[in-house]
Design a protein around this ligand. Structure first.
Ligand code: BES
Ligand code: ZN
Length: 848
């Protein structure tokens, strides 16, 4: 396989200016025909045009020259390079010309390119939708095109469809005419110039809400019939965040309308097609009365994320896929910002800690990568959509924002978007724009974070006389030796003593630096606010002082980071798992959801490493820790309580019942399963408790609920609960269901993944993946394979590790090669963690 840049990039002898695209999907036949007239500019005289195309049949192609002469093309398709070559009898001269091309294709079931989605209507009849997913490189599966992000053009789409169907595309509808055969031809307005990966067209029996006006832009939700009652929340958050971005960016929405479209089968979570944003149903349609805070927050996040892309990504686009973080890290950062503004009571920036943790967990591996990373092939591009691009990238932006100041970063971003509107950029363009506005050495700081992988641990100690705080940096790795890497670390240090506090902002731009102590006995917090993308460590006296005030003087985000750094030290073998359990005792009075979520994640790992009496004793410890917290919140919702508290109640009840094996909590949760008016967070706890403690009849009850679920969220709750069962036969039934074709291919890989994470029977799921690997890869979306595999890192017995390593040596995942390396490295680290933690925990929990 060719894998150097030259082989994957199109020659620039001609570039597109406008695509006139007509598509006619045949929903029942699973096919489509298409025709395009592409206005191009020939830059270098040539007798050949090279474009991208794959899985298409090109019937005919010709060119009209500026002089009005028509030349027929000979067409050669090369599947290997995903290209079509058009050869002409004479050389095309430089200047404008129009390429005409007719083609046909299949509406595929792999949820990419122009594909087929299905739903069952109210009469029980199956209905087909034809819809698109072009990113990263699937536009070429829908129409021949110059499929690279910097070959921007305007798109004028026309759809030909049966008169009772609805068609949607990027631009607003401007014209419809009847065709001789009774179908209609619907024409949409030309788009602004944009990349091919943003093109979208959808045809099906669909409905749209009435448009809501946002700053002159009509916003609608498009959905399958019968779901209009689930659109209120999405419209509200859509309206809010669209306005938020208009204000934040200081630039009007760049096109004419926005449709948010809920698609029943969808590979990713959502996709930022200009003005025609597509979503999984569960990430757009929600019923606030029955949804949990987290389910609502997810919808708010995703809607905001995709709308943020209308500027960051659509208006200004990375030049090539190596710069994907310019799209995705920004959209993620903006998503959190908008969500925080939408519902301040959700404390979105505190919850962002969990995303930072996900990034730390990969970035602490030797196989991590730099955020900017070479991309050649389509598979390389696909592999960039990972936690480093999204979560680490967003965390770095948050760190920079808090260092520069919110308004100053915003002004830099405005400048960047204004200067580069309709264009493509490199990372350096962003730093130049921010520097031009702020005068700060942004490029120097950020280069150290963007061009090398990993992150530091900043350790704090006191100088001998106690008058200075000494800060040192080292690379943080879970396993392996510090290779001397350094970063320009923006550090916020808070000191407090005798009721006074002081915050210092400094740049740790070398091995070490110092700052004076306020008083020699001050309490010192190194990563004040916990915005920094680094870990912290404290020497003896500083650690003791900090521990004594951890619950009183640290903010929720700081407490979260303290837990994160402590658990990180456990993974790295610097702190014992038994010490972590002792440390957790200090959080008995904790009130913050995210902090609890992280503590429980650590405790769930400990639970994996214990059996028999020691496990029983560990469960008693968990009950001691959680019972007071549950009692404090009460077993039922309290009027006017924080949404976060309702969510926390559900989280703690579930943990008390399952991790703590508390029989009272189990009984109460089981009773709630049958309560039709149960609070949503408790409903989630209940279904998981019923699944985990239940028998075959419980399994069937959950399956029945799955069948009759009336919201996308409830459907997923019941579906994924089936992975929590404790009886091996029931795990097999869940796996059979996942493979039966009755679970959508967008969800089945996640269900299998959850089975793999099952504490007792994960290996059964792994064996299924192993034996049905070819079938799984043929049936499920390519991008979902690596997500399905993520839980192999919970298979921590040495023989399991040997097995997975051997398997993947023979069975690569080309679209996620790097992520797979990271996964296997992490699995190996977890094997060592188990080997250390088991005796430590045994020692602690058999002595009780
Ligand atoms: N551009 C992506 C969608 C995408 C992901 C396309 C992977 C191709 C490959 C979109 O903006 C996105 O980031 N979607 C997220 C959801 C988001 C809220 C984090 C996703 O699909 O996971
Ligand atoms: Zn995105």
């Amino acid at each position: 396989m060719p894998n150097d840049e030259h082989d994957y990039r199109l020659p620039r002898t001609a570039v597109p200016r406008r695509y006139g695209l007509t598509l006619a999907p045949d929903l029942e036949g699973g096919k489509f025909t298409g025709h395009e007239d592409v206005t191009i500019e020939v830059l270098e005289p040539s007798a050949e045009l090279v474009v991208n195309a794959i899985e298409l049949e090109i019937g005919s192609a010709a060119i009209t020259t500026a002089a009005g002469r028509r030349l027929e093309a000979t067409v050669r398709l090369d599947e290997e390079s995903e290209r079509a070559y058009f050869t002409f009898a004479e050389t095309l001269s430089a200047g404008p010309a129009t390429l005409h091309c007719s083609f046909t294709g299949t509406l595929n079931d792999k949820l990419r390119g122009f594909y087929r989605s299905r739903y069952t209507d109210a009469e029980g009849k199956e209905q087909v939708i034809a819809t698109t997913q072009m990113e990263a490189t699937h536009a070429r599966r829908s129409f021949p095109c110059w499929d690279e992000p910097d070959l921007k053009a305007s798109f004028g789409v026309t759809l030909e469809l049966a008169a009772d169907l609805m068609g949607v595309s990027n631009g607003p509808e401007v014209d419809r005419t009847a065709l001789p055969d009774g179908r209609i031809s619907v024409r949409f307005a030309d788009t602004m110039v944009m990349s091919t990966y943003l093109v979208a067209f959808i045809v099906g029996r669909l409905e749209a809400t009435e448009p809501v006006d946002v700053d002159g832009v009509p916003l609608r939700i498009v959905h399958v019939p019968g779901k209009a009652h689930l659109t209120g929340f999405g419209l509200d958050v859509g309206k809010f965040s669209l306005q938020h971005f208009v204000d934040y960016y200081g630039i009007p929405y760049p096109d004419a309308k926005v449709d948010l479209i809920a698609v029943p089968d969808f590979a990713a979570g959502a996709m930022e097609n200009l003005g025609c944003i597509t979503f999984r149903e569960a990430l757009l349609l929600v019923d606030p009365a029955s949804a949990t805070m987290q389910e609502e927050m997810l919808v708010a996040d995703v809607v905001a994320h995709e709308l943020a892309h209308m500027w960051f990504g659509d208006l200004v686009t990375m030049r090539w896929w190596n710069g994907l973080w310019l799209n995705e890290a920004f959209a993620t950062f903006m998503e959190v910002m908008a969500c925080d503004a939408y519902r301040p009571d959700w404390q979105r920036w505190v919850a962002f800690g969990l995303e930072r943790t996900a990034a730390f967990e990969v970035d602490g591996l030797q196989s991590t990568r730099a955020i900017e990373y070479p991309v050649n092939s389509p598979a390389d591009a696909e592999g960039m959509f990972d936690v480093l691009t999204y979560q680490k990238g967003a965390a770095l932006l948050r760190m920079l924002e808090q260092y520069l100041g919110e308004d100053r970063l915003r002004d830099g971003i405005r400048h960047y978007l204004t200067v580069h509107a309709y264009e493509n950029t490199e990372t350096g363009d962003l730093w130049d724009a921010i520097e031009a506005v702020t005068g700060d050495p942004v490029r120097k700081i950020m280069d150290s974070w963007i061009w090398q992988g990993g992150h530091p641990v900043v350790s704090a100690s006191l100088s001998d006389d106690g008058n200075n705080i000494v800060l040192r940096q080292h690379r943080f790795l879970f396993d392996g030796d510090d290779d001397g890497r350094e970063w320009a670390v923006p550090v916020l240090v808070r000191q407090s003593a005798g009721g006074a506090t002081q915050v210092d902002k400094l740049l740790l731009d070398g091995a070490s630096t110092m700052l004076p102590t306020m008083t020699p006995d001050a309490v010192v917090v190194v990563n004040a606010g916990a915005h920094g993308f680094y870990r912290s460590r404290y020497d003896g006296p500083l650690l003791q002082r900090l521990a004594s005030v951890a619950t009183t003087e640290l903010s929720a985000a700081e407490r979260y980071q303290l837990v994160d750094d402590t658990w990180g030290a456990v993974i790295a073998g610097l702190t014992g798992a038994d010490e972590f359990c002792q440390f957790a005792r200090g959080f008995a009075g904790e009130t913050e959801l995210s902090v609890w979520q992280l503590l429980l994640a650590g405790l769930r790992w400990c639970d994996r490493f214990l059996d028999g009496e020691a496990r029983t004793s560990f469960q008693a410890f968990v009950r001691e820790l959680l019972t007071p917290a549950v009692e404090r919140l009460g077993w039922a919702p309290v009027p006017l309580e924080r949404s976060l508290d309702a969510e926390l109640r559900g989280t703690l009840v579930r943990a008390l019942a399952l991790l703590g094996a508390d029989s009272t909590a189990q009984a109460r949760a089981r009773a709630l399963f049958d309560d039709p008016n149960v609070d949503p967070a408790l409903a989630v706890a209940a279904v998981n408790v019923v699944a985990a403690t239940g028998d075959a009849s419980d399994f069937e009850r959950i399956q029945a609920r799955l069948q009759s679920a009336t919201t996308p969220q409830e459907e997923l709750r019941y579906l994924y609960a089936l992975a929590e069962v404790s009886d091996p036969d029931l795990v097999d039934r869940t796996l059979d269901l996942a493979m039966s074709g009755k679970v959508r291919s967008q969800n089945a890989p996640f269900l299998i993944g959850r089975c793999m994470a099952n504490r007792d029977h994960g290996e059964r799921a792994w064996r299924l993946v192993r034996t049905r690997w070819t079938e799984i890869n043929a049936r499920f979306p390519d991008t979902s394979i690596i997500r399905m595999l993520d839980p192999i890192k919970t298979l921590t017995k040495p023989e399991q590790y040997a097995d997975t390593k051997a398997f993947f040596a023979e069975h690569p995942v080309p679209q996620a090669a790097r992520t797979l390396d990271q996964l296997l490295e992490r699995e190996g680290i977890n094997v060592k963690l188990r080997q250390r933690a088991t005796p430590d925990l045994l020692e602690q929990f058999s002595r009780r």
